[in-house]
Design a protein around this ligand. Structure first.
Ligand code: NCD
Length: 313
C-alpha cells in the first residue's frame, strides 16, 4: 500500500517518490514549472493559500532545504513556523510524535519533517492523518523533493528522459539524494542510470540503475553527471576516505568531465565539498546547473505543498 495516497489516489502526504508513478511526477513537475522564475527575476507568488499554516520540523541540521521550504510556503501565502529540533538523537519515536502532535494540534495544515531515523515521516503520517506530512529528508533513504528538483532541472535541458544516460557518482550508500533521484529518473523512463561509487560506498539495498566502480567508465557518454557529497556524519571515523585519494579516483574535474557527452550537465545537491568530490573549475564551469537546482527547489516545494493543501479541502 502506498500510504501517501488516498482511496482516489490523491496525494495526502509526500513521503517518497517510490511507486508514485509517471503521471504524478509529470503533474508535479509541470506545476513546478508554473512556479519557477529564473535566477535574478522576481519570485512567483500567490495568495491562494493565505491563512494556511506550514510548520518546518527539522530534527537534523539544514540550511538550504529549510530555507527552500520556508520560501515555498511563504510564496504560496502560508504562515510558516520554523522549529529547529536538532538535539541529540536520544529522543525516541514517542518524543518525536509528541512534538509533532503538539504542533499539529495548533491547526497546522502541513508538517515538513527532516529526521535521521528511517520511518519517522511514515509513522507521523499514520499517527496524524489529519495533517499533511512532507518528507524533507529521512535517514539515508528518502529526500523526495530533492529527487523532483533534480528531475526538473534535467527536464529543462533534456525534455525526453528515455534517451538519457545519467551518472550518479559518489557516496551512494549513505545518500537519500541518490535514492530519490534514481527513483524519479527511472519512473520518468530514463534510458540508463549509472551508480558510480567505490566498493565500500556502494548501496546494500536495491536502487534503480547499474553499478560501476570505475569513474571513467561510469561517466562515459553520459548526458548528466550528478555528484554527491561524502556523508562523513554517517560514517565511522576509520571509514572516512582520504580526501586526495578520493578526489583522484571519484572526483569530477575537467579532465574527467570530458568522458561525458560534450554538453553534459554537472549537478550537485549541495553542500559541496570542493576539492573532495568536485573541482572549482567544474562546479563553477559552464556545464554546471548547481544553482539552477537550488532555484528549482523552491518551485517543486511550492508545487508539492499546493497539491497537498488542495487535497485537504
Ligand atoms: C542533502 C541532504 O541533506 O540530504 N542536502 C540537501 O538537501 N541540501 C544532501 C547532502 O547533505 O549531502
Amino acid at each position: 500500500m502506498n500510504m501517501q495516497l488516498d482511496d482516489n489516489r490523491r496525494l495526502r502526504h509526500f513521503l517518497s517518490l517510490e511507486g508514485l508513478g509517471y503521471d504524478a511526477l509529470d503533474r508535479l513537475l509541470n506545476r513546478a514549472s508554473e512556479f519557477s522564475a529564473e535566477i535574478g527575476a522576481p519570485a512567483v507568488t500567490t495568495d491562494a493559500f493565505r491563512g494556511r499554516t506550514v510548520a518546518n520540523l527539522f530534527f537534523e541540521p539544514s540550511t538550504r532545504t529549510r530555507a527552500s521550504f520556508e520560501l515555498a510556503a511563504r510564496r504560496l501565502g502560508c504562515n510558516v513556523l520554523n522549529l529547529d529540533l536538532n538535539v541529540s538523537s536520544t529522543s525516541k519515536g514517542e518524543t518525536v510524535l509528541d512534538t509533532a502532535r503538539t504542533i499539529a494540534a495548533m491547526n497546522v495544515d502541513a508538517l515538513v519533517v527532516r529526521h535521521g531515523d528511517a520511518g519517522t515521516q511514515e509513522m507521523l503520517a499514520r499517527e496524524l492523518p489529519h495533517v499533511a506530512i512532507l518528507n524533507a529528508g529521512e535517514a539515508h533513504l528518502n529526500h523526495p523533493t530533492q529527487g523532483l528538483l533534480d528531475a526538473m532541472t534535467i527536464r529543462q535541458h533534456f525534455p525526453d528522459f528515455r534517451k538519457l544516460h545519467i551518472a550518479i557518482v559518489g557516496d551512494i550508500r549513505h545518500s537519500r539524494v541518490a535514492r530519490s533521484a534514481a527513483q524519479a529518473f527511472s519512473q520518468l523512463g530514463c534510458g540508463e542510470i549509472h551508480l558510480v561509487a567505490p566498493r565500500e560506498l556502494q548501496p546494500d539495498d536495491e536502487i534503480p540503475g547499474e553499478l560501476f566502480t570505475d569513474m571513467d567508465a561510469g561517466v562515459r557518454d553520459c548526458d548528466v553527471v550528478m555528484m554527491l557529497r561524502i556523508q562523513k556524519e554517517r560514517m565511522q571515523a576509520g571509514n572516512i576516505p582520504d580526501k586526495k585519494a578520493y578526489f583522484e579516483a571519484f572526483g569530477l574535474d575537467a579532465r574527467r568531465l570530458e568522458f561525458a557527452r560534450p554538453n553534459a550537465l554537472v549537478m550537485h545537491p549541495g553542500p559541496m565539498n570542493r576539492g573532495t568530490e568536485i573541482s572549482d573549475e567544474v562546479a563553477d564551469g559552464s556545464q554546471s546547473v548547481i544553482w539552477q537546482q537550488v532555484n528549482n527547489g523552491v518551485a517543486v516545494r511550492m508545487a508539492v505543498l499546493a497539491e497537498l493543501l488542495e487535497n485537504r479541502n
